[in-house]
Design a protein. Structure first.
Lengths: 386, 620
């Protein structure tokens, strides 16, 4: 905020509502609800309270097949309104691939032309204005599975269902790839370790591998080579990500990528995985986990996630996000010059303070893990919710 | 609520306006004080369009409640059912209006026959109405029908605008496109099971067939043709239809908007449409061709008003947070780094920007971080203007002039009509510009990115209220204009910049400045120099400018370039900036030479006050 504006607004600023400080969830015991929705209305295959596995089909629908446009008038060199008269089957009829759907005869039968359907489907329209015949292909079935094993909590008629499960719930900061299910494998010993390619062995096929503080390009390629389902790491260098993807990510909207699913828990660069995240993953080494790399950083943010279903319900301790930030809250600093540091809030001064950048902002005083006391903008921290 | 139920504008005393943004809802409170309208106070709160709230009115109430707490003036009904209208002598306001860009704004797909003619006109109409154009289909866009169908299916637009053909012309081609769109069965983005709004603004002869085709599939509105002839572009009817359908179909399916529509005294307007109206107010006030820019977190909107023609462009993925790495991708790393007086490895820069993208609400704490963001801002603006110029073009296909060989068509006429020498006003808005620690930084970012030529007045939105005033201007233009001039626009000053490139250190420009107290300053700048001269807000100075023969500073009466110009400089918080750094701007490429050059420029305009830049950014 410019200095003059600060002076103009004075104390008013301190009473203004301040931005919600986002925090990524690191929960060992959490009730997780997943909404499973069809892209268009369809049929629901489960009932409330049904037990489901991760691959149980919960809903299905049929998406209309791709339409195929046959420019009949142009093909035959006739005026458009002739086509309707030449049709052998009316609009709405089912046709087979190769079936003759229209015939044209002129000059007392000297000119004869016919038209075969290029695909199996339904005649959608025959336009007298353009002479186009539109044939829609067979409907394509679309299924939605449960993704997480659990119970059907709610059925949304014709739209989908809500699946409830209990277990570990960890949010990442960025990911690629879609929903995957596999055995969790933690070959590294600490959150600071960097998994090397040769630590990945063929028995990790279909598994979700925890790679420590950094996902390196050769490690990622090895994981793909042996057929791993997913990989989880603290950070990744952005230039290696570009090399892996084959293009630069301009806007963080991911999840459609084919192949391996990757989840980054902290950020870009070599970032020690948060200790609690690592401890939880290590504890559940060998258990089945569900992961989804889908990320959308825009209004309606979607973060990647790791869900490890279990029934070991643990009573809640530690800070809850709803408590807001108070003295003693554990935070992570998410911007230079202390990027990635874990700290404890010491105080939350009301007055705006000038930063080195010259901006007057709302700040907090915090103590880093090495005991150093620092002042940082409140916008540059996130609460660690455990 | 109908507008006829409002008090006559002359009797109004208090007005509340809000903007429901993607992340923040901004309330602005206006009052009439001794016959003049002024901005009173701002209130802000997080937008509540997403789960778990899913009701925008909660964020609106929180923002207005903040205004109530600061002013002690009751505006909201105690039972939470809306805004008290009218003001009864103690509480309430006489008008409540709002804009919205929450939930991704208005996302449209447009279509036309020829890409550079009717599809381009449809694109301009949709942009002018405040939409993000997801794709523009045309018969000649190089895609096969199945590719177009696949694309339409994957887009899920909020609305479709189809143009095509001149009035009375052949209907076949436009119907081909309409049939293709129908066969793709596009589904709306918000909600399941309602008809997708469809605006037809093409050949009037085809309207009846379009109506038949759309039955049962689309909520169709037919309006006058966007290009009734190739020489005329008639955007207004399509633009109005888009606004109406935005209210009736799109907004009514967004969470809480049905309530908000009832609270508002007038129709909710898309934020960029209202922002564009504010830029038109600027042009009206100063009677100069104007450029405006909204540099947001996800998008960059550029607006121009030129010979009365208003054009908006939106660069959907050029922004300072959500799409900051896309700026790097589009501009190239060298173009971003050329604005930095220090060395940074490519990997370091990429990592920092990727981290900003995934945590978009963070702010620069160090000067180095601030300079990195300012560098990105320059490139986002530069690319935004380049995109705008590709839209602000003369009508293609229209006859331009007649000579001995017959009618000359657009192929021989240069594309854009935007000429920086003739742009008289530039205004900036958006978080990065508004929150720059010193206004001179906003002016310099705009100057470096847009490279104004000649004499240009520079403005800045004070506390983000351009959209509020834009929507207000539709019912109470007098109030909007008064607030716009007194409280919204921060006058930053005047940039004087000759067009041309010379040898470093060679004479470039002489400027005689007659200050209001009669003092006359004679300033001579060599090529590559920049100088800042204080001239307070509210003051004016007479300028007599002469440039060396390789440079131009304006046009004469015959519109031929000239190197002599008399003009008036507008004072402001920055003052007058004499810029002889070249047009196009010349920047060193070697890191130490660039460091020296940039630090010299930064120091000359006192860009980062109170910092010893030489010490902070040492030679590498």
């Amino acid at each position: 905020m410019p200095k003059k504006q600060v002076e103009e607004q004075g104390e008013k600023s301190s009473t203004q509502a301040f931005a919600y400080t986002p925090g990524l969830k690191i929960k060992e015991s959490e009730v997780v609800e997943k909404e499973r929705k069809l892209p268009i209305l369809g049929e629901i295959l489960v009932k409330t309270n049904d037990d489901v596995k991760n691959d149980t089909r919960v809903a299905q629908t049929f998406v209309p097949g791709d339409p195929y446009i046959v420019d009949a008038a142009n093909m035959w060199g006739v005026v458009p309104d002739v086509i309707q008269e030449c049709m052998l089957k009316p609009v709405g009829s089912k046709v087979n691939k190769g079936e003759t759907i229209a015939k044209y005869t002129a000059f007392f039968g000297l000119i004869k032309k016919s038209l075969e359907s290029p695909l199996e489907g339904t005649i959608e329209t025959v336009s007298p204005l353009t002479g186009q015949i539109i044939i829609t292909g067979l409907p394509v079935p679309v299924y939605i599975d449960a993704y997480v094993p659990g119970k059907v909590k709610e059925v949304m008629p014709r739209e989908g269902a809500v699946i409830e499960t209990h277990g570990v719930f960890i949010q990442g900061i960025f990911g690629i790839g879609g929903e995957k299910f596999g055995k969790l494998r933690v070959p590294v010993e600490s959150a600071k370790d960097v998994l090397s390619a040769d630590q990945i062995t063929p028995d990790m096929k279909d598994c979700i591998i925890v790679a420590g503080s950094l996902v390196k390009l050769d490690t990622l390629r090895k994981a793909i080579q042996i057929g791993a389902a997913g990989i989880i790491g603290g950070g990744i260098n952005s230039d290696e990500l570009v090399k892996f993807m084959g293009y630069e990510i301009g806007v963080a909207i991911t999840g459609e990528e084919e192949g391996i699913t990757m989840i980054i828990t902290e950020g870009f660069g070599n970032m020690n995985m948060h200790l609690n995240t690592f401890k939880i993953l290590k504890k559940y080494d060998g258990q089945k986990a569900c992961i989804n790399g889908e990320t959308q950083i825009r209004a309606g943010v979607i973060r990647p996630e790791v869900i490890i279903p279990h029934e070991n319900r643990i009573s809640k301790t530690g800070a809850e996000l709803s408590d807001g930030m108070v003295s003693g809250t554990l935070i992570r600093i998410i911007r230079e010059p202390y990027f990635g540091a874990i700290a404890k809030v010491l105080s939350l001064p009301v007055e705006l303070q000038m930063m080195e950048s010259g901006s007057y902002v709302r700040v907090l005083e915090a103590e880093l893990e090495n005991g150093q006391r620092v002042i940082v903008p409140r916008a540059n921290v996130e609460i660690i919710e455990e | 609520m109908s507008i006829t139920m409002l008090k006559p504008t002359k009797e109004m005393q208090y007005i509340m306006a809000t903007d429901v943004g993607s992340t923040t809802t901004k309330a602005r409170f206006f009052a009439k004080k001794s016959d003049s309208w002024r901005f009173v106070v701002a209130g802000e709160a997080p937008t509540t369009v997403e789960a778990p709230f899913e009701d925008v009115t909660m964020g609106v109430m929180n923002a207005i409640r903040e205004v109530e707490e600061i002013t002690g003036h009751q505006i909201l009904k105690p039972d939470g059912t809306g805004v008290i209208i009218p003001y009864d002598g103690k509480k309430g306001v006489d008008l409540y209006c709002t804009t919205s860009s929450a939930g991704g704004g208005l996302q449209m797909m447009v279509g036309g026959l020829v890409r550079s003619m009717t599809a381009e006109s449809a694109n301009r109409a949709a942009l002018g109405a405040g939409a993000i154009v997801m794709d523009a289909l045309s018969v000649d866009d190089g895609r096969q029908p199945y590719e177009k169908i696949k694309r339409i299916r994957s887009l899920r637009p909020d609305m479709i605008l189809l143009a095509g053909g001149t009035d009375g012309g052949d209907v076949e081609h436009v119907m081909e496109l309409a049939e293709l769109i129908k066969s793709a069965q596009p589904k709306p983005r918000l909600g399941i099971g309602y008809e997708l709004p469809f605006v037809y603004a093409g050949n009037n002869k085809a309207a009846q067939y379009i109506e038949e085709l759309a039955k049962g599939s689309f909520a169709l509105t037919c309006v006058e043709n966007i290009r009734p002839t190739l020489e005329i572009e008639n955007n207004e009817p399509a633009r109005h239809a888009i606004h109406k359908l935005f209210m009736e179909h799109v907004m009514s399916h967004a969470p809480g908007y049905n309530k908000l529509m009832k609270w508002a005294s007038i129709d909710i307007m898309p934020t960029p449409a209202a922002e564009g109206m504010a830029i038109q107010l600027l042009e009206k006030n100063y009677k100069k061709y104007s450029l405006g820019v909204g540099l947001g977190g996800a998008t960059t909107n550029v607006y121009s008003v030129w010979e009365g023609r208003f054009v908006r462009s939106v660069s959907a993925n050029l922004g300072m947070s959500y799409s900051i790495t896309n700026v790097l991708k589009e501009a190239g790393i060298d173009n971003v780094m050329r604005w930095m007086p220090f060395k940074l490895s490519e990997q370091n820069l990429r990592n920092r920007l990727m981290n900003k993208m995934i945590r978009p609400t963070t702010i620069p704490q160090t000067l180095e971080e601030l300079i990195i963001e300012h560098s990105i801002a320059r490139e986002a603006l530069r690319l935004g203007l380049r995109h705008h110029k590709s839209i602000a073009t003369r009508l293609k296909g229209a006859k331009q002039y007649h000579d001995d060989f017959g009618w000359m068509f657009d192929a021989v006429v240069k594309d854009t009509y935007i000429d920086m020498m003739q742009i008289g006003c530039i205004a900036g808005t958006g978080g990065l510009l508004s929150h720059a620690p010193d206004r001179v930084q906003s002016l310099q970012i705009l100057t470096d990115a847009f490279q104004p030529e000649g004499v240009t007045y520079m403005f800045q939105d004070s506390v983000f209220m351009m959209p509020h005033l834009g929507v207000l201007s539709t019912v109470h233009e007098e109030a909007a204009l008064q607030i716009f001039d007194k409280d919204c626009l921060v006058k930053m000053g005047t940039v004087v910049a000759p067009r041309g490139v010379g040898k470093a250190g060679a004479p470039c420009i002489n400027v005689q400045i007659e200050l209001p107290d009669g003092t006359v300053l004679n300033e001579s700048l060599k090529f590559g120099e920049i100088k800042r001269i204080p001239l307070a807000e509210g003051q004016e100075a007479k300028l007599s400018i002469t440039t060396q023969k390789d440079f131009e500073i304006g046009y004469n009466a015959e519109m031929r370039p000239t190197n002599v110009k008399n003009d008036v400089a507008m004072g402001g918080v920055v003052g007058i900036v004499l810029d002889a750094r070249g047009r196009p701007l010349q920047i060193e490429t070697e890191i130490n030479a660039r460091r020296k050059q940039l630090l010299n420029w930064f120091n000359k305009v006192n860009l980062y006050p109170g910092v010893d830049l030489e010490k902070t950014f040492k030679e590498v």
